[in-house]
Design a protein around this ligand. Sequence first.
Ligand SMILES: NC(=O)c1ccc[n+]([C@@H]2O[C@H](COP(=O)([O-])OP(=O)(O)OC[C@H]3O[C@@H](n4cnc5c(N)ncnc54)[C@H](OP(=O)(O)O)[C@@H]3O)[C@@H](O)[C@H]2O)c1
Length: 345
Amino acid sequence: MPADSTAPTKALADFFPNQRKNLPIALTTEDVKGKTYIVTGATGGIGYELAKHLVRLEAARVIIGARNEERGKAAKATIEGDAGRKDVVEIWPLDLASYESVKAFGKRIETAERIDALVLNAGVSHAGWQVKEGNEANLTVNFIANYLLAFMALPHMQAVAKTHGITPRLVVVGSMGAFFAGESIKKFPSEGILDDLNDRAKWESDFTNRYSVTKLLQHMAARQLASLRPVSDVGIVVNVVDPGFCKTGLNKELSVWTRAKAWLAKVTLGRSAEMGSRTLVHGVKVGEESHGKYLTSCEIREDHIPEWVTNEAGQAIQKQIWDELLAKLDKIKPGLPSRVIVDWA
Ligand SMILES: NC(=O)c1ccc[n+]([C@@H]2O[C@H](COP(=O)([O-])OP(=O)(O)OC[C@H]3O[C@@H](n4cnc5c(N)ncnc54)[C@H](OP(=O)(O)O)[C@@H]3O)[C@@H](O)[C@H]2O)c1
């Protein structure tokens, strides 16, 4: 962990005791029975364990966004097999590294007759600089594509929510790692942040922090979206969940040496993917009080957010990132941001 003035002191103080907690499973069969959920990145890790909980708790339909058909089919087989159920899990193709794939997934969402939660769980931590859709790949996958998907889904989620008289959740799977991006954001320009983050000559030497930076952007955009209107107006709860430090495949691309260090840390401190998934279960369950809030270890913990995120300077960066995100989305799918923002702003 970097020792700098921007380190998240409060979150760090609670991190070690929280990692050892036996977390509750917040949803019951009564909550889940007959409902429809969409979970991205549920071919493995935390998302897979969330999908397992939802199927076991008798969801009617669990749609998994998967970039690899074989892994998707394997996940469906084991999830349904373990629950002793059939024809509940649907695997829909989704590659967040391709805007066309995200658009197709978003369009297909419009066929869902009901959506109780969309869990934006899929994420990456690339070990080296790669470019996808003209941006550094962590930026594309963890940030831009996730919001392309969210923006495509939100109008339909609102429409079907009205039909069913429900308040769906948009659960953004963030990370406490976002709070280690404080030193990196000091290098942000006042505008053109997203373009600047594609400047390889400037940023490659800071690449170990790239995952944190993209998780911070994702976190800030969720807060900005939620800040626009209350749940009573938009009918959707948006929250950000940190699953904790979990034993998953997230670091699979890192060097052998870094993975060895991570493995040691995970053996001593890491949650199982199933334990981590309970934080997502909580994100799906928790109501209006979580709108725009940061959740960790199955609690709303706004006090864990470092001051540099919430102070005036942090809020200015958040607004700037939001405006730049909307501009990007408008280029990717002309008219999309205004379709959503008309309801939210
Ligand atoms: N593990 C942790 O300690 C930790 C801590 C904080 C936050 N998180 C967050 O938790 C979320 C889940 O991560 P995890 O730890 O469960 O990692 P994981 O085991 O690597 O699972 C990631 C999932 O995302 C999918 N995915 C990756 N790239 C994708 C793409 N381009 N398009 C569609 N799906 C893609 C993967 O699919 P494939 O099967 O095709 O690879 C997999 O299903 C991430 O958002 C991560 O940032 C994790």
